[in-house]
Design a protein around this ligand. Structure first.
Ligand code: PLP
Length: 382
């Protein structure tokens, strides 16, 4: 009889439950570039670590299992994973993307690969009509983030997957914000899931990593070849750090989310704050839809201040919370999207979205939530 393994059990133990050979509870770090062959045509299954490494393989299999995908592929960064995904396309192909998305993804499509002849259109993917209107003869894929960054707009994954199927397009979902613990896009019809493992999967702001997860063997085979050929693979040590981070993913996320909701409510009730963008607030636009397709809201929120001078005051005066880029770690970070994560997005898009001088983004960690609220209260002032 096979024992059913739930999300938390797989997260804690990994797919192998440690090292079969020695019994080590912690999966070993195979810090080796290359592997000896037992004889001609007799490989151990590992030849060279760019192609595959046992530690990376364990991390990949564990994440694939958590995402409900056949295979995961580990990259050195999230943008390396997105780049590999782009390498599925050729000059003249067209991709439709969410207009509110990670700045680095925007740069890859609007600059780096534009030079190679890849076409990209950025639309509001929360509005399915505008997606359909953007589809051309050469459209090959759609790329969405939900909730989006930094405006937390929620896109209906099932509805977009349906459009993708009807038009024979690939649906790629960047699932960095909610992770498989709260949202599993492959089960909702997506073809490819992308992760910046740097964020919640790693969870401690101490590594860079990226992943692609997919079901279709043909897509996986092509991506594996691209991964091995272009070379931005995840190192054995960083693979191990991600594997270790994943062990506590569920408890970190639950606590961070609990903290985020309290911080969101505090900000929502503060007269100096104009609006809070958090999918966990019942009066927020995407609340119902997100609840339908995900089991959680995550730990990232944005908020708009009424008076611009408050931005500098908050950034200079927070003492527990730190002013730094990135998100998804145990430490709470505050970001100014307009000059940091979204500096490269064109003015007119930022303006349309509301990414302006009044907007701050918080990635809430697992510190004592009263300390976080006091810190904000103090920095905002009376
Ligand atoms: C950070 C981030 C990325 C890029 O990941 P890196 O690991 O920094 O390369 C991609 N997508 C989202 C949503 C992110 O937050």
């Amino acid at each position: 009889m096979t024992i059913k393994k739930s999300f938390e059990t797989i997260a804690v133990n990994g797919v192998s439950g440690g090292d079969r050979r020695t019994g080590a509870i912690s999966f070993p770090i195979y810090q080796s570039a290359t592997f000896r062959h037992n004889g001609l045509n007799n490989s151990t299954g590992y030849d060279y670590s760019r192609a595959q490494n046992p530690t990376r393989e364990e991390t990949e299999k564990t994440l694939a299992s958590l995402e409900g995908g056949n295979e995961a592929i580990g990259f050195s960064t999230g943008v390396a994973a997105i780049t590999a995904c782009i390498n599925l396309f050729k000059a003249g192909d067209h991709v439709i993307l969410s207009d509110d998305l990670y700045g680095g993804t925007y740069r890859l499509f609007s600059e780096t690969y534009k030079e190679f002849g890849l076409e990209a259109t950025f639309v509001d993917t929360t509005d399915t009509t505008s997606i359909v209107e953007a589809i051309n003869e050469n459209t090959k894929a759609m790329f969405i983030e939900t909730p989006s960054n930094p405006m937390m707009k929620v896109t209906d994954i099932k509805a977009v997957a349906q459009i993708a199927k009807e038009h024979d397009l690939l649906l790629v979902v960047d699932n960095t914000f909610l992770t498989p613990y709260y949202q599993r896009p492959l089960e909702l019809g997506a073809d490819i899931v992308i992760h910046s493992g740097t964020k919640f999967l790693g969870g401690h702001h101490d590594l860079l990593a990226g992943f692609i997860v997919a079901n279709d063997n043909n897509i996986i085979e092509r991506l594996r070849r691209i991964h091995m050929s272009t070379g931005a693979t995840l190192s054995p040590f960083d693979s191990w750090l991600v594997l270790r981070g994943i062990k506590t993913l569920h408890i970190r996320l639950d606590r961070a989310q609990e903290n985020t909701l309290k911080v969101a409510k505090f900000l929502d009730n503060n007269p100096k704050i104009e609006k809070v963008y958090y999918v966990g607030l019942e009066n927020f636009d995407g609340y119902e839809l997100n609840k339908k397709q995900a089991t959680g809201f995550g730990a990232t929120l944005s908020f708009r201040v009424k008076d611009k001078s408050l931005i500098e005051k908050i950034l200079n005066n927070v003492k527990v919370i730190r002013f730094a880029e990135s998100l998804g770690g145990v430490e709470t970070l505050i970001t100014y999207p307009i000059t940091q994560t979204h500096s490269e997005i064109p003015e007119e898009i930022k303006k349309r979205l509301g990414v302006d001088e009044y907007l701050l983004r918080l990635s809430v960690g697992i510190e004592n939530v009263d300390d976080l609220i006091n810190d904000l209260d103090n920095a905002i002032g009376k």
